[in-house]
Write a new protein. Structure first.
Lengths: 410, 246
């Protein structure tokens, strides 16, 4: 019997009990559909994380003023402002991998507009910051060089601040007061959403770094050029590790640190944070796939159960086939092919259903899903394997029947 | 010339719950090619065991069994399957047709295991159905056929691989007397064409159509009679009034 005829004969046998065959397949159908849909959801979640990382800037580093040791007492991060605007200029000048080094001063303040007020994060930044973060001004305009140089009293508002202070009005051109200093709103920042740590990135206002120091947040008494941190964008294609070690070298040199002294700054690589997030979403995807795989195995047990019933029901047929010349291996092959046909058809239907579910989830629930071709291949292959594995025991039982007993079976 | 079936001191012992059951206790006989033999005996006489052994469905505990010169007592399962496939055609009381396939499909079944091409399978199955008078019923399923027609399909299936022996186990047991006569007439016709036919039955009415009657009792062959003038089933069938013309 060649493969095509075996398949046709298997289909004939399965057609003899259409409802039973369909119900048996259901286990595999659900299993395969679940694998494909779950993997698609998992992959979609990962893709979303990757997008967040992109929005954060995958090649960004933050250098934060670090702890200093004073008389044996180690102070916390940012205890002293060890970084300066000149450090930033030096990094841009001397480290070839650094595209932008944007100094930042940061504080929090009450922002007042008319009779509304809102406490938010005030960032004093340079135009380079917007380039590094790839953060646009959506409505209005950004800072011009004169405003940065001359400590202009202009402010850009984050979306959350706009919502709390202006509700439905257009804020551009209006006045707000930050720590009682009047500022003119020149623009609204583009929506940025949550950071990977879950903080609202849109709950902020930005003013020129010079203005921040002179009029709002104040300057360090030790050094008027000091800043709390700086954002560094590494050029595309440059190695982050390499750039980090060069930055460390320049800063240590500029801060005149001896080789036995600790760094007085911290360098945080944002892609590391992103990788952690990525790893956790990968774990989630794996977990979903594992749960789905379990349902495939349960489906396989269903197939075994039905094949055992089928072997019992068709004992006479088996006896007859043996009487007319079927060898044990012919009977074995027949039932194995039936089981595998059952599971493979179930697998094919499951693929269609799984792809449909993934598309449906994307459209209805708004979750991002990404259908993985590999998941389809693995799920179909696995379902065929389930048929062989769980079909083997019933098929072997059939092949070992005694033809005389089988023919006499009622 | 050697007989088609040679049986020497054939014995079969089953172990049943610790007891040895001697189903067959040393049987000797030869059946020549072209014979029409009936195997008779009450239940427990060993006739079914004898049939299973001659049909190569079972292996003897002791003794020699040769089918068409092949020593069947020393073959393994696959070799026995091959021997059944090539040399023996079975006909059963309950027809044993596959319900989900057509008459043609049922007749093709033995050739599936003989490894014939699909084309020659079809041709041979169609001609076998023609021989039993069912050329116009090839695409019917068993449920669409009468009992007699189903048994004819089974006989076509038995014939299709050109066996040397037709082995029939109570072939008329599930049929009415009119249809039984038709089936026996078919066997007689095949026998006249040279086919060796062995029928296992407990009905004397069936045995009277055979030219040789073998009687079993308590696992032994107790009678071996030649019937010089067997009844002609076709004649008897023709003599019946056609009460319910089919």
């Amino acid at each position: 019997m060649n493969a095509l005829e075996a398949l046709r004969s298997a289909l004939e046998a399965l057609r003899a009990n259409p409802l039973r065959s369909a119900l048996t397949m259901l286990g595999i159908i659900i299993g395969v559909a679940a694998v494909i849909a779950m993997v698609a959801v998992g992959a979609g979640a990962r893709a979303l994380v990757m997008k967040q990382i992109q929005s954060l800037g995958s090649n960004l580093m933050i250098v934060v003023s670090g702890s200093v040791t004073s008389g044996g007492v180690r102070m916390g991060t940012g205890a002293r402002l060890t970084l300066t605007e000149d450090d930033a200029l030096a990094l841009e000048r001397e480290v070839p991998g650094v595209a932008i080094a944007a100094p930042i001063v940061r504080g929090s303040a009450q922002v007042v507009s008319g009779n509304l007020n809102w406490s938010t994060v005030v960032l004093g930044v340079t135009p380079g910051f917007f380039d590094a973060r790839e953060w646009d001004v959506e409505n209005g305009r950004g800072f011009n060089p004169e405003e940065v140089e001359g400590a202009g009293k202009v402010v850009l508002l984050g979306e959350t601040v706009v919502r709390n202070l202006f509700e439905d009005q257009d804020p551009v051109g209006q006045q707000v007061r930050i720590r009682n200093v009047p500022f003119q709103v020149i623009g609204v920042l583009a929506h940025k959403g949550q950071s990977t740590q879950g903080t609202d990135q849109d709950d902020t206002v930005m003013i020129p770094i010079t203005t921040a120091k002179r009029r709002v947040l104040g300057t360090s008494q030790a050094n008027a050029r000091a800043v709390g941190s700086m954002l560094i964008k590494v050029r595309d294609g440059e190695d982050m590790q390499e750039a980090e070690s060069q930055i460390r070298g320049i800063l240590r040199q500029r801060h005149r640190l001896l080789s036995n002294q600790d760094d007085d700054f911290w360098i945080r690589n944002l892609s590391e944070i992103a990788e952690t997030r990525d790893a956790s979403s990968r774990t989630l995807a794996l977990l979903l796939a594992a749960v789905a795989a379990v349902s495939l195995i349960v489906g396989g047990i269903g197939i075994m159960n039905i094949m055992l019933v089928s072997v019992t029901e068709r004992t006479r047929e088996i006896g007859l086939r043996m009487a007319v010349g079927a060898r044990a291996r012919d009977i074995l092959a027949q039932f194995l092919i039936e089981a595998t046909t059952l599971s493979s058809i179930g697998g094919a239907i499951g693929v269609a259903l799984g792809v449909g579910a993934a598309v449906g989830i994307a459209n209805l629930a708004g979750w991002p899903t990404l259908i993985q071709p590999l998941a389809i291949v693995v799920a179909v292959g696995f379902s065929a394997l389930v048929g062989v594995f769980f079909g083997f025991y019933p098929a072997r039982r059939a092949s070992q029947l005694d033809p005389i007993e089988a023919l006499r079976h009622e | 010339m050697a007989a088609l079936i040679e049986v020497h001191d054939l014995a079969k012992t089953y172990q049943l719950g610790g007891h040895a059951v001697h189903a067959l206790r040393g049987v000797n006989l030869d059946i020549a090619a072209g014979e029409f033999a009936a195997v008779m005996g009450p239940s427990g006489s060993g006739k079914s065991t004898f049939m299973n052994l001659v049909g190569c469905l079972d292996t003897p505990t002791a003794g020699v069994l040769r089918i068409d010169g092949i020593d069947a007592s020393s073959l393994d399962g696959d070799e026995l399957a091959h021997l059944r496939n090539r040399k023996i055609g079975f006909v059963f009381q309950s027809f044993n047709l596959l319900q989900r396939t057509t008459a043609l499909g049922n007749v093709m079944l033995p050739m599936v295991y003989a490894g014939l091409s699909a084309k020659s399978r079809r041709d041979k199955a169609a001609s076998a159905l023609g021989r039993v008078g069912l050329a116009d019923r090839m695409d019917h399923r068993p449920s669409q056929l009468s009992g007699g027609q189903q048994q004819r399909v089974a006989i076509a299936r038995a014939l299709v691989n050109d066996p040397v022996l037709i082995l029939a186990d109570e072939p008329t047991g599930a049929l009415d007397s009119r249809t039984s006569l038709e089936i026996m007439a078919l066997f007689q016709e095949l026998n006249r064409g040279g086919m060796t036919v062995v029928i296992v039955t407990h009905e004397p009415d069936v045995a009277k159509f055979a030219r040789r009657v073998l009687s079993f009792r308590d696992g032994k062959l107790v009678g071996d009679k030649v019937n010089p003038a067997p009844d002609d089933a076709a004649v008897l069938r023709a003599a019946l009034p056609d009460a319910e013309a089919a």
